[in-house]
Design a binder for this molecule. Structure first.
Ligand SMILES: *Cc1c(COP(=O)(O)O)cnc(C)c1O
Ligand code: SF4
Length: 377
């Protein structure tokens, strides 16, 4: 949101002004089916040509137009007025054409179920607004602080806990990280800074370089972590320049990516993460447990297996945050626990993610454990 302008509703997660399509880039109209990733365009170009409405998305994957009565005169569902559709073609290319139940499609296609109110599903489920330590900084856990680097994302995940996040109230601004830097300078107890958002990798290499340089100048910082879904959704975002910048930093750099289903791990994705790992940047994955996407043991096993086969460590499996509009994605905790147990039976220990939930006010993510499991002594 440059020049202090706000997005339409003033509170939603939305891609930045920079990626508004121009007359030359009609979003989502480029390739006909089948979509491929074979000719990557520059990642910023990929942002511009991303799909921006549910009807466009349905068309791109060969589904008939939505004829439900939730569709407004502008062809949009109510849920996408608050939280617009945004899906890069690189991600859409991995969706199976004409399959309405495709696990990748479900993550990005708005549905009328989003509009059903559910008790306990709120707009700030993890208490982020109370954890704002300074404009643009969340400081919940000891030794680690998180910078809301930008409000833009490379994809809009329908289950996202930040789908209603009021970025304008948090002071997260692309061009003004100074208040965050000042906070980090004062707090000598912080040794790790996490760049999150939004998605920090929707920021250009040039601006990231400036931010990282400023962070490197804070003596007590030791580690730099990036939380990004860009390596999954627009794999060409892993540029040579980015890899070099991270691997040559004084700070130990870690990358945490976000894939929920093995079908997201395309060749291009894995070649990007391999570049990071080869350069000495460890890559971890976090996933969210999602109904109809990855709530089957075979799928989760395949995800974790593919990750470790490519040297990526499964880090967290998150129980869904109860954000308004995402209730239809919730999986019972008992199912999650059972799946973790099943994973343990077939995969090495390092391939098992920690099953966690975020509770407002807690000192760390809260592990979800099987309390019925006996320990023999
Ligand atoms: C999740 C989170 C972190 C990171 O927690 P780890 O357990 O270290 O991965 C840090 N800060 C905030 C605000 C978070 O939500
Ligand atoms: S889950 Fe991550 S990438 Fe997806 S919309 Fe939320 S913040 Fe953005």
């Amino acid at each position: 949101m440059r020049n202090g302008s706000t997005n339409q509703s003033g509170k939603i997660l939305a891609t930045s002004d920079e990626f508004v399509p121009t007359a030359f880039h009609q979003p989502g109209e480029l390739p006909a089916l089948p979509l491929t990733e074979s000719e990557p365009v520059h990642w910023q170009e990929a942002m511009k040509r991303a799909i921006r409405s549910s009807q466009q998305l349905r068309k791109a994957v060969g589904l008939p137009p939505d004829s439900s009565k939730g569709v407004g005169p502008d062809g949009k569902l109510a849920g996408e007025q608050n939280f617009p559709t945004f899906a890069p073609l690189e991600f859409v290319a991995r969706i199976e054409p004409r399959n309405a139940d495709d696990p990748l499609l479900k993550q990005v296609l708005p549905v009328t179920a989003e509009e059903v109110e559910h008790v306990g599903f709120a707009s700030d489920p993890v208490g982020d607004l109370n954890a704002l330590a300074s404009p643009g900084v969340l400081h919940k856990y000891e030794g680690r602080a998180l910078i809301l680097t930008t409000s833009a994302c490379g994809i809009h995940c329908r289950y996202c806990f930040r789908r209603e996040f009021p970025y304008q109230q948090t002071g997260s601004r692309k061009d003004d990280w100074l208040p965050s830097i000042k906070y980090l300078q004062q707090r000598t107890d912080i040794e790790e800074v996490i760049l999150s958002g939004g998605d920090p990798l929707t920021t250009t290499d040039e601006k990231l370089d400036q931010l990282i340089t400023a962070l490197e100048g804070i003596p007590h910082l030791k580690r730099l972590r990036l939380h990004s879904r860009m390596p999954i959704v627009i794999p060409q975002r892993i540029t040579g320049e980015l890899v070099k910048r991270l691997s040559s930093s004084r700070l130990s750099a870690w990358m945490v990516i976000h894939a929920n289903h093995p079908q997201e791990l395309s060749e291009s994705v894995l070649s990007g993460t391999a570049q990071l790992i080869d350069a000495g940047v460890p890559v971890l994955n976090q996933a969210v447990l999602l109904r109809g996407v990855n709530d089957q043991t075979e799928i989760l096993t395949e995800l974790c297996r593919r990750l470790v086969n490519h040297r990526i460590q499964p880090y967290y499996l998150h129980q869904l945050d109860r954000v308004r509009g995402a209730a239809h994605f919730e999986v019972p905790v008992e199912t999650g626990l059972k799946m973790i147990e099943n994973l343990r039976a077939v995969l090495p220990g390092y391939a098992i993610p920690q099953y966690v939930h975020e509770e407002a006010g807690e000192k760390s993510k809260t592990p979800i454990l099987d309390t019925n499991r006996e320990i023999n002594s």
